[in-house]
Design a protein. Structure first.
Length: 69
């Protein structure tokens, strides 16, 4: 079984479980990534840059439902 865009439903379940496990540690993980990025860790810097870019982008606009004429 897949979602409307063709991805397996398990993808959403796994992402949801990861968020639940990581959420209580989000601040600590962000601080650790930032500290490593500031010391020159390229992977940590890339992660921080991606998170910053995501936080600055506007939220997605929901698609309007088709109307009947």
């Amino acid at each position: 079984m897949t979602t409307p865009n063709g991805r397996p439903i398990a993808d959403k379940t796994i992402r949801r479980q990861l968020r639940q496990v990581l959420a209580p540690h989000a601040v600590q993980l962000a601080e650790k990534a930032l500290a490593r990025a500031l010391t020159g860790d390229a992977a940590a810097l890339q992660t921080c840059a991606q998170l910053l870019a995501m936080s600055m982008s506007p939220p997605p606009v929901p698609k309007a439902a088709p109307t009947e004429h």
